[in-house]
Design a protein around this ligand. Sequence first.
Ligand code: NAD
Length: 315
Amino acid sequence: MKKLGVAVVGAGFWGRNHARVFSELEETKLLAVCDIDAERAKKVANQFGAEAYVETGRMLKRKDIEAVSICTWSTSLAKEALKALKAGKHVLVEKPMAANSKQAEALIKTAEMEGLHLSVGFLMRFIPGIQYIKKAIEEKSIGELVCATAKRVSQWPERIGDIGVVKDLAIHDIDITRYLFGDDPIAVYAKTGNMRHKLFEDYAHIMLTFKEGKNAFIESNWLTPYKTRVLVVTGSKAIVKLDYITQELTIEDAKETVQPRIPWQEPLKLELQHFANCVFGKEKPLITGEDGLKALKIAEAALKSSRTGRLVKIG
Ligand SMILES: NC(=O)c1ccc[n+]([C@@H]2O[C@H](COP(=O)([O-])OP(=O)(O)OC[C@H]3O[C@@H](n4cnc5c(N)ncnc54)[C@H](O)[C@@H]3O)[C@@H](O)[C@H]2O)c1
């Protein structure tokens, strides 16, 4: 089986996991790890049998590297992703894809021009329970979709100092609601603020309005002393609850409470495997650059709504 030659740029908390999974998958071969912190690059590269780089210039000239995962700080994702695309590499860029939607647009345009696959690290779509809920909505086994509420709260991981909680955490739930509703919201209303973080918002309450009166409510913060990642989807016949951490799913209707046992799977493994198969043309992309751009635009609209105190229309 031909393996996809890959490199990881940014070998911090998350990039290290990308490197590990790429080194484990049958579909991929981890060839290089790059980090501006030489010690980190060396440590992760040595651990997973790859070559270390402190900058991407020479690395991106390697012909055996066909695809690159970008896991740098959120504000440098777009710059590094653009360099990789311009060097002819397929790219998986971590969320939030870019610091702003203008940068995200440039990535999409470049990928299109170069004929390259571009995806965004919306990991939540690869949690098996999300696929279960998507099917339940489509088949209407929970009745008509009414609303979704998402809660993603925990303490502030201090290494994240370049963006606020909306683009860092809430963006996962923005993407999941777009995905599950199979549609884009028409308007957003949000309240955000900062209690501990000096530069950016550390809490956000976001309400997304969809066509036909459907709604989504997203609560995110870096203030809660324990970690919660929960999604509740209300249908006219039943309610489905997903705990993203345990991957437990609970379905309640008027008669019973059911907990289907879906085996736990590592979402990053499924995501990177899918990415490789998309590059090979074996699978249709579940997440496109356009999905990244749309989520980022909704995040920007939420921040604008909070700043202005008004409902912001989208589209
Ligand atoms: N999809 C998910 O569930 C998920 C989870 C965690 C993190 N992330 C994303 O992954 C990215 C990294 O997060 P993290 O928690 O690993 O941060 P981190 O601070 O632990 O790691 C970032 C690393 O990137 C390096 N770096 C910064 N700029 C660079 C550049 N231009 N070239 C090479 N290396 C560079 C830093 O030295 C650091 O080692 C963020 O964008 C974050 O949003 C996504």
